[in-house]
Design a protein around this ligand. Structure first.
Ligand code: NAG
Ligand code: NAG
Ligand code: NAG
Ligand code: NAG
Ligand code: NAG
Length: 462
C-alpha cells in the first residue's frame, strides 16, 4: 500500500483568510434551481396533483413529499419524476437565464441523488436524478453559468417538518460519503466542469443546541473534499505537499488515501464507502475511462467549500471558518415574509434591508466572503408593483455589498392554484424580470438611490 507523505500540518492549519480563488469573477448574480431535483410541492401545486401527489394542511398526513410519493407509487415514481426533471429545468430555461444575465446557479440536491445512500425500502426516493443533473450541468457549463452544488436535503431532518428535508435518522456519515462522491464527480466528470462550490448543508436548525456534532461535521466535510482533491493531485492553496501519485486508477488511489492514516476515522470511512459507489456510477454513466485514464489527475482549481454562516445559528454555534482549508464561502438566507426580521410594512422592510449589518457581522467572525444564497420578494402584506420594484432594488443593493446573491427561485408555477401570477410575482426570478421588478441586467437597478431615504434610520437591523 502506498503511503502518502502529505504534510499533516495542512489539516491543522487555519487558512480561513485565503483569497477565494474559485469564486467567479465579479459578483454572483444567481438563482436557485429549486424544485428540480428536490421537489417542493408549494412551488408547483398543480403539477404535483397531476403527478399523483396530494395537498393537505399537515404534510405528514398525505402524499406531500418526494419520499411519501416514492412510497405510494413504487412502480411508477421513477418515470413520473423523470418527466418532471425533463420539463422543470432544461435547455430552454438555461437560455432564459442567459438572456437575463444570470452567472451562477445554486442546485439544491438530496442525498438520494447518490442512490446507493438510500436505505431501501425504509427510505424511498425516485431514481435516475443523477443523469438529469449531469445533463443540466452540461448545458449550464456550455452557457458559461457557474454552479454551487447544495446539499439541501440530507439523510436526516435538518429542519423538521420542511418539505425539502429527509425523514430519517440523522446520519453524518452518509453526508460525508455524498461529499466524497460529489467532489470526485465535480473534478472528473466533464459535465460538472462549471461547479465551483459545494455546500455542506442547507439551513441546519437555528438552535445550535439541537445540532450536536455539527462543528465536527464541518471539519470532516472540508477534510473529505480536500482528501479527494489531494488524491487527484489538486494542490490545496497555501499548502506545500510532498506527494507523487503513481496510480492510474482513481478509486484505487482513493483507497491508498484511506490507508495513509492522515485523516481521522470518519473521513476515511466516508471515502472508503464512496469507492464502490463511484465505481458503480462510473459504470452506469460510462465514466470508466475517466476514472482509470493515465494520469487521472486534473488541473481544476480546488472547490470552494461552503456553509451557512455562523450567524445562521444561535446558542454558541460552531464557527465554520475554523474548518476552512483552502477557499471557503459562506451563505446566508434572508426572507422577510416568515416574520422576525422587520415589522410587516413596506417602510420597515426597506429600513431594515438598507441598513443590513449581516455582512460586517459575519466578516468580524471570519465568515467572508458571504453571499445571500436565498432571498425573494415575498412579503407579509400585499405588495404593490411599485413596492416590489423598490424591494428588489434594495435587497440587491444590500446583498451586492457581499459576494452577491442567488434568488429563490428561478421560476414557480403559474396556475389557478397559485392565484395566477400571485405566487410567481414574488418568488420567480424570470417572472420578476418580466414584470419589471427585477432589472433585465442583474447588475442594474430600477432606482440605484432607493435606499437613500432609509439609511441612518433609528430602526435597528440584524
Ligand atoms: C423544456 O420544458 C418545457 C416545459 O417546462 C417545454 O415546453 C420545453 O419544450 C422543454 N425544452 C426542451 C429543450 O426540452
Ligand atoms: C481500479 O480500482 C478498483 C478498486 O478501487 C478496481 O475494482 C478496478 O478493477 C480497477 N480498475 C482498473 C481498470 O484497474
Ligand atoms: C466520528 O463520528 C462519530 C459518530 O458520529 C463521533 O462520535 C466521533 O466523534 C467522530 N470522530 C471524529 C474524529 O470525527
Ligand atoms: C391574487 O393575486 C392578485 C394579483 O396578482 C391579488 O390582487 C390578489 O390579492 C391575490 N389573491 C390572493 C388570494 O392571494
Ligand atoms: C446623522 C448620521 O447618522 N449620519 C450618518 C449616515 O450614514 C453615513 C454612512 O452610512 C455616515 O457617514 C453618517 O455619519
Amino acid at each position: 500500500m502506498r503511503n502518502l507523505p502529505l504534510v499533516l500540518s495542512l489539516f491543522l492549519s487555519s487558512l480561513s483568510m485565503q483569497v477565494l480563488a474559485g469564486l467567479p469573477n465579479g459578483k454572483i448574480y444567481g438563482v436557485n434551481l429549486g424544485s428540480w431535483l428536490v421537489l417542493e410541492p408549494w412551488m408547483l401545486p398543480q403539477e404535483w396533483l397531476d403527478m399523483g401527489g396530494q395537498s393537505c394542511a399537515n404534510c405528514a398526513d398525505c402524499i406531500a413529499t418526494e419520499s411519501a410519493f416514492a412510497k405510494a407509487y413504487p412502480n411508477t415514481v421513477d418515470k413520473i419524476f423523470a418527466e418532471h426533471w425533463r420539463t422543470w429545468f432544461n435547455q430552454t430555461h438555461v437560455n432564459e437565464l442567459v438572456a437575463v444575465g444570470i452567472n451562477t446557479v445554486r442546485v439544491p440536491l438530496g442525498y438520494w441523488i447518490v442512490e446507493a445512500l438510500v436505505h431501501r425500502p425504509v427510505e424511498a426516493y425516485p431514481r435516475g436524478g443523477l443523469g438529469y443533473l449531469r445533463d443540466g450541468l452540461g448545458w449550464l457549463q456550455k452557457a458559461g453559468i457557474q454552479v454551487i452544488l447544495d446539499h439541501h436535503a440530507l439523510p436526516g431532518v435538518q429542519t423538521p417538518g420542511q418539505e425539502f428535508t429527509g425523514k430519517h435518522p440523522y446520519n453524518y456519515h452518509r453526508a460525508l460519503v455524498w461529499t466524497a462522491v460529489m467532489t470526485s464527480l465535480a473534478h472528473l466528470d466533464s459535465n460538472f466542469g462549471s461547479v465551483f462550490a459545494i455546500e455542506a448543508i442547507n439551513e441546519p436548525i437555528m438552535n445550535a443546541a439541537l445540532t450536536p456534532g455539527y462543528g465536527e461535521f464541518q471539519m470532516n466535510f472540508v477534510q473529505t473534499v480536500r482528501a479527494v482533491e489531494l488524491t487527484l493531485g489538486i494542490p490545496v492553496p497555501g499548502v506545500s505537499l510532498d506527494y507523487s501519485i503513481s496510480s492510474t486508477n482513481f478509486t484505487a488511489a482513493l483507497g491508498d488515501t484511506c490507508s495513509s492514516s492522515l485523516f481521522n476515522a470518519n473521513v476515511t470511512a466516508a471515502i472508503e464507502d464512496a469507492i464502490p459507489i463511484l465505481i458503480g456510477i462510473a459504470s452506469e454513466y460510462g465514466l470508466g475511462n475517466v476514472f482509470t485514464s493515465s494520469p487521472f489527475q486534473c488541473e481544476s482549481p480546488s472547490l470552494v467549500t461552503s456553509f451557512m454562516d455562523i450567524n445562521w445559528q444561535y446558542n454558541n454555534p460552531p464557527n465554520p471558518a475554523k474548518a476552512a482549508i483552502g477557499p471557503q464561502g459562506y451563505d446566508n438566507h434572508l426572507y422577510y415574509s416568515f416574520g422576525g426580521v422587520a415589522a410587516a410594512n413596506p417602510d420597515a422592510y426597506l429600513t431594515s434591508v438598507c441598513n443590513l449589518q449581516r455582512i460586517q457581522n459575519d466578516a468580524a467572525l471570519g465568515n467572508s466572503p458571504l453571499w445571500f444564497g436565498e432571498w425573494g420578494l415575498p412579503t407579509q402584506f400585499y405588495a404593490t408593483d411599485k413596492f416590489l420594484c423598490k424591494w428588489a432594488d434594495a435587497q440587491k443593493l444590500a446583498y451586492s455589498k457581499g459576494a452577491g446573491w442567488l434568488f429563490w427561485n428561478f421560476k414557480t408555477e403559474i396556475s389557478k392554484l397559485t392565484n395566477g401570477t400571485g405566487l410567481a410575482r414574488q418568488w420567480s426570478y424570470l417572472e420578476g424580470v418580466k414584470l419589471g421588478f427585477l432589472t433585465k441586467d442583474p447588475a442594474d437597478y430600477n432606482d440605484p438611490n432607493v435606499c437613500d431615504p432609509y439609511i441612518n434610520s433609528t430602526h435597528s437591523t440584524s
